[in-house]
Design a protein around this ligand. Structure first.
Ligand SMILES: NC(=O)c1ccc[n+]([C@@H]2O[C@H](COP(=O)([O-])OP(=O)(O)OC[C@H]3O[C@@H](n4cnc5c(N)ncnc54)[C@H](OP(=O)(O)O)[C@@H]3O)[C@@H](O)[C@H]2O)c1
Length: 279
């Protein structure tokens, strides 16, 4: 709790011009990642297919920040209101992107370069799930999971290498990328593919001139609508709040390994507490 509060208290201290590109920003964890990075002073490139949701997220982020600028303005710098508002609005770029389409992935990086000149951090967050025994899965369903979860990460990582000189690539994989869980064979296959690809890509980067690091995280269940299509959903007490998980990802993205470990431990304690006091 102490660490979480400290991180939030210092949120504007770290104000800088770093640029983060987040895929799947319209969804549960993606939205909280956008909020946390924005609060830390990053400029955002938000990618997903649903532009209405991205626009709504942009409005909510800029509205929150504008209100604090306006409070400042009331102290005697009224003429700076519109300037400040324009400046804040231009800190967020939106890009319609299906991660399985190479042209959309390229367009996302081009939007980042056009708006901000570079990308410092890529968060591969977009993903879909499927819960069915393997013998009920259709070929199309299996291929879709592989395309969104694995090909999407491959394409974004490939173009990140082209467009980034240095920085970090963080991928939201899953515990399903480590273990095999009944009912999740296609999802496990896609996330194992992600983890295998990233492990090997790390080696490739040693031979590249780019100063780019690759890391990934393997969350268990998160409180999002990810499982809305599942016949049987996990109970809420097993799910971690996305804003807590986003703290962890942001700390990793900033290279704060010790802080990230502390947040990870706090998240674990929070989850255990929820399980113990479940109704
Ligand atoms: N929730 C969990 O329990 C859990 C556990 C472990 C790992 N994860 C991983 O965490 C990540 C985020 O999941 P979440 O829980 O936040 O899920 P979510 O609420 O369903 O959001 C998923 C996001 O992915 C985007 N997306 C889906 N297909 C896409 C495509 N073809 N192209 C571009 N974007 C696409 C969606 O945006 P659009 O529909 O607008 O495109 C949405 O923003 C995923 O990689 C997931 O595998 C989740």
């Amino acid at each position: 709790m102490f660490i979480f509060k400290t991180m939030n208290k210092d949120k504007n201290k770290d104000k800088n011009d770093r640029v983060v590109l987040i895929t799947g920003a319209s969804g549960g964890l993606g939205r909280d990642l956008a909020k946390k990075f924005f609060a830390r002073g990053y400029r955002l490139v938000l990618a997903s297919r649903n532009m209405d949701k991205l626009n709504e997220l942009k409005d909510s982020l800029t509205a929150g920040k504008r209100s604090s600028e306006i409070a400042l303005a009331a102290d005697g710098i009224g003429s700076e209101i519109s300037l400040a508002a324009d400046g804040i609005g231009s800190e967020i770029a939106l890009t319609a992107c299906d991660v399985t389409k190479e042209e959309d992935v390229l367009a996302a990086f081009e939007a980042a370069i056009e708006n901000f000149g570079r990308v410092d951090i890529l968060v591969n967050n977009a993903g879909i799930g499927l819960k069915k025994p393997f013998y009920e899965i259709e070929k199309d369903e299996f291929e879709k999971l592989m395309q969104v979860n694995a090909t999407g990460v491959f394409l974004f990582t490939k173009y990140a290498h082209e467009f980034m000189e240095k920085g970090r690539i963080i991928t939201i994989s899953s515990i399903a990328g480590i273990v095999g869980a009944g009912g999740y064979s296609a999802y496990c296959a896609s996330k194992h593919a992600v983890n295998g690809f990233l492990k090997a890509a790390r080696h490739d980067l040693k031979k590249s001139e780019k100063e780019i690091s690759i890391s990934w995280v393997n969350p268990y269940k998160l409180k999002t609508s990810f499982d809305s299509g599942y016949a049987h959903k996990a109970p809420d007490y097993l799910k971690l709040d996305t804003k807590h998980y986003a703290d962890y990802v942001v700390a990793l993205a900033e290279g704060k390994g010790f802080l990230a470990s502390c947040i990870f431990t706090r998240n674990l304690a929070y989850r255990i507490k929820k399980m113990i006091v479940k109704k």
